[in-house]
Design a protein around this ligand. Structure first.
Ligand SMILES: Nc1ncnc2c1ncn2[C@@H]1O[C@H](COP(=O)(O)OP(=O)(O)OP(=O)(O)O)[C@@H](O)[C@H]1O
Length: 270
């Protein structure tokens, strides 16, 4: 996943490398009898979850990277962007998300974590009240309260991220597709899921549309017919028809590097 940070003066590109993150996780889980996992999750602001799970003796479950780790890393970046002063200079943050399934998981992760943290908090308070019925050690109570506060803080952060993803004023999810029946069907399903999640979507970019030509070869003529069918499909798709549709032409060179990206960007965002 790529993240592009933009401000008036510059744009910075960051890459989240899922394979590297998974590798770091595996190495971390082999270190210090599992405490490395906590350090790793700590670096993402999610250490408190591991602490709680560890106390419940479920730590072994974390030896293999949990599903959603890539998304958790992305969320931790969002939290950093929201909270760290050094990111306040950026006027726009662009997440170039992974394919559809990952994207939907990313969007639903804050809800999932919020619910999970809620459950852990409830379980904790049950265990704590049972424990205090047996013995009451002042120091332990303070520790328990501290952990509960940290969990509550993490829950509040998740709520913030969830709100940000749904904030029509500051956030927009732009679906990018290509003019093929399969891609458009997938985009339609994606839009339906995003709507269910109340994520604001206003624009659909259809990339790689054949530019107009008066002298199509046989191959191009067939391809154009195929694309026209796909574009018609968008216009009659109940999920997509109301979106602002932006067509980006297929150009005769590979779009690579800043000048080429700027060239295509100027066409798309004119
Ligand atoms: N309109 C276009 N005209 C010509 N080449 C294009 C166009 N759009 C994209 N390409 C080329 O197609 C390739 C794939 O593009 P891109 O990485 O944007 O796709 P993607 O769907 O985001 O891929 P991924 O899902 O792997 O992130 C690149 O080599 C890019 O230069």
């Amino acid at each position: 996943m790529w993240i592009i940070l933009e401000c008036d003066m510059l744009g910075i590109l960051m890459q989240i490398n899922p394979e590297k993150a998974r590798e770091e996780f595996r190495t971390a889980s082999q270190k210090n009898g599992g405490t490395g996992v906590k350090d790793f999750m700590d670096s993402m602001g999610l250490g408190v979850l591991v602490e709680q799970i560890g106390e419940l003796k479920l730590g072994e479950l974390l030896d293999t990277p949990p599903p959603g780790l890539d998304e958790a890393i992305a969320i931790s970046k969002v939290i950093q962007f929201l909270e760290a002063q050094e990111y306040s200079m950026f006027s726009r943050i662009v997440f170039d998300t992974a394919p559809t399934g990952h994207t939907l998981r990313l969007l639903s992760l804050p809800d999932f974590l919020d619910a999970s943290i809620g459950k852990i908090l409830k379980l904790r308070s049950k265990i704590a009240s049972a424990a205090s019925a047996i013995k009451s050690v002042f120091g332990q109570e303070v520790q328990q309260q501290d952990a509960a506060n940290k969990l509550e803080q993490l829950r509040e952060r998740m709520v913030k991220v969830r709100e940000l993803f749904r904030d029509t004023e500051s956030t927009e999810f732009i679906i990018v597709t290509i003019p093929t029946v399969m891609a458009i069907s997938e985009s339609s399903r994606l839009h339906s899921s995003l709507q269910k999640e109340s994520v604001p979507v206003r624009r659909l970019i259809v990339n790689q549309v054949l530019p107009p030509s008066t002298s199509d070869c046989k191959f191009c003529a067939i391809k154009r017919k195929d694309q026209t069918r796909a574009l018609d499909m968008i216009r009659s798709d109940p999920e997509l028809m109301d979106l602002n549709i932006i067509q980006a032409p297929l150009v005769d060179m590979e779009i690579r590097g800043v000048p080429a990206l700027k060239f295509l960007g100027d066409i798309v965002w004119k």
